[in-house]
Design a protein around this ligand. Structure first.
Ligand code: HH2
Length: 263
């Protein structure tokens, strides 16, 4: 899954693709580089990010999705917490709702997901984007994330979302201490996969990579760590990885798969 943000303040590619033309060119490049799906986002979820008004978020993403849909059959996901944005995105051609709030942000989120009938990614986050890194706490991070994801899947199904539409995501970096929480989750991804739903994993360019790498590396300088994370996901059996560097990740996954097939 290639990341196609249309936000002025995303931590890794903020502002560069705000203009529709630039966002389109970037998305087209991700497709050409081998992305199997795109994740379009109009609101940054980076720690401390300010919320974006609904109408502005819709304006940012709809035109991009509509244009991409007209020229490509690639599955398009909309990265939003807001039901109205998901609704507008699906009307424009999106096929998946990627919700970092796991359908908890608005009272009508569960019903909207059921009504839209699209795929839904339920991601774990402790707290909300603005404050999530303040003081995350867990007794057993893997067990608590797994339990949360199962309970959100149950809530989605109770609201009418079909089981086969549901994806889970442990939410690396979302309300998690850099090493104390993210590393156990990455080490035990097989336990999230074992919950029985397809799993999406987002590791690309995240800050914990820099923490392991000694510090001082900007997001664009975290490619090696991002690929290591994607491979850890592949080994554990995740179904998709959300990445900024599609070409390099596709190559890594192809080589890993070829080696695994020769075993
Ligand atoms: N990570 C980010 C955003 N959305 N969605 C899912 N399902 N899983 C993730 O790990 C995830 C996500 C953060 O990355 P990015 O989009 O590059 O930053 P920003 O949110 O600032 O746009």
């Amino acid at each position: 899954m290639g990341v196609a943000n249309v936000t002025p303040d995303s931590f890794s590619d903020g502002g560069r693709y705000l203009h529709l033309g630039a966002a389109l060119a970037h998305a087209r490049r991700l497709i050409a580089e081998g992305a199997d799906m795109l994740d379009v986002g109009g609101e940054s979820t980076r720690p401390g990010a300010e919320p974006v008004p609904e109408a502005e978020e819709i304006a940012r993403v709809v035109e991009l999705i509509r244009t991409l849909r007209a020229e490509s059959a690639i599955p398009i996901s909309i990265d939003t917490m807001k039901p109205a944005v998901a609704r507008a995105a699906v009307a424009a051609g999106a096929t998946m709702w990627n919700d970092v709030a796991a359908l908890r942000y608005a009272p009508d989120a569960l019903d909207t997901a059921a009504e839209l009938g699209c795929d839904v990614v339920l991601m774990h986050m402790q707290g909300e984007p603005r404050t999530m890194q303040a003081e995350p706490r867990y007794d057993d991070v893997v067990a608590e994330v797994a339990e949360f994801l199962l309970s959100r899947a149950a809530a989605a199904m109770a609201a009418g979302v079909a089981r086969e539409r549901i994806w889970l995501d442990p939410g690396i970096g979302f309300g998690k201490h850099m090493l104390e929480h993210n590393l156990p989750l990455l080490a035990h991804l097989d336990r999230i996969v074992a919950l029985g739903f397809p799993v999406l994993l987002g590791v690309s360019r995240k800050r914990f990579i820099d923490a392991i790498d000694g510090g001082g590396r900007a997001p664009g300088e975290r490619l090696g760590g991002s690929i290591a994370g994607a491979l850890a996901g592949a080994v554990a059996g995740v179904s998709a990885v959300r990445v900024h560097d599609v070409r390099e990740t596709v190559q890594a996954l192809r080589v890993w798969r070829a080696i695994a097939a020769a075993r």
